[in-house]
Design a protein around this ligand. Structure first.
Ligand code: F6R
Length: 263
């Protein structure tokens, strides 16, 4: 796991975008992106869009798979992840909407929708680079604490802390859905590379658990310790509880030129 600590949240977005662009460009043929919603990846998407606009990155044939969707919100609802992915990813990156996939949280048969989603990721050849945020309780996707480390796309009940964290996007806490469809931890682990971003002191415990804690379903993000190609890009506040903080900074500062993905 590579840990990159940046002085500001915007710089973290820039560095993370550089890493995503590097992996996306390494692929022969169009890239398959795994995309997250939430506040954490917004700076990353902005910097990725700037690369596309400058002509430094071509995502015209790329496809994308979102991590999750609320159950019961129609795709047309402004708070549905279908709407948010369209606004923050599809439009700014110039992706073809027909190639951008979000779990069908309003499907009549939710179990079938989950199976279909797994099949669609497989049919696309798998995700090349998965962009992740992390919840304050350590969740990735909506894999809440005690999720199976081998889980696949399925229905989950949102943890109360997650509902409270996300209440800022809804009129009241009661409007936050109770259920979601989410890619499983096993699904996320199949991505060839992972780029996780986090900012702010509210994420410091989750980042410490992810990077340095035991691999445990109590901190679902810690499963990434078993992945071969993970880049964690965080600001100083999110890095505050890392025991080996100085070592990560030293390692990044002394990276050999051939390993670099950002200046
Ligand atoms: C979003 C997702 C979640 C968020 C996490 C952090 O698709 O799957 O895991 O990444 O809840 O949310 P923010 O970035 O809003 O703090």
């Amino acid at each position: 796991m590579e840990i990159v600590i940046c002085s500001t949240a915007d710089e973290a977005g820039e560095v993370a975008a550089a890493r995503v662009a590097q992996v996306a460009s390494q692929k022969e043929g169009p890239a398959v992106l795994g995309v997250a919603t939430g506040s954490s990846p917004l700076a990353l998407y902005r910097h990725l869009a700037a690369r596309v606009q400058r002509g430094d990155l071509d995502l015209s044939g790329a496809s994308a798979f979102a991590l999750d969707e609320y159950v019961g919100l129609p795709a047309s609802d402004p708070q549905s992840y279908a709407s948010i992915i369209n606004e923050t990813v599809t439009v700014p990156l110039g992706l073809d909407p027909a190639r951008v996939h979000v779990p069908q949280g309003s499907a009549e048969d939710l179990r079938q929708a989950c199976e279909d989603y797994e099949a669609a990721i497989k049919a696309a050849g798998g995700v090349n680079v998965q962009i992740l945020g992390i919840g304050s309780n350590g969740h990735i996707g909506f894999n809440e604490p005690t999720s199976s480390l081998a889980s696949r796309t399925r229905i989950k009940t949102l943890n109360e802390q997650t509902r409270r964290d996300n209440a800022r996007f809804f009129p009241t806490l009661d409007d936050v859905p109770q259920h979601c469809l989410t890619q499983g931890l096993g699904t996320i682990m199949d991505a060839r590379a992972v780029v996780l971003v986090a900012q702010g002191e509210g994420k410091a415990d989750a980042i410490a658990g992810l990077v340095e804690g035991p691999v445990s379903a109590m901190c679902p993000g810690s499963v990434l310790q078993l992945h071969r190609t993970v880049t964690v890009v965080i600001d100083e506040a999110a890095a505050a509880k890392l025991t080996l903080r100085d070592y990560y900074a030293h390692t990044y500062a002394h990276k050999p030129a051939w390993q670099r993905f950002a200046d």
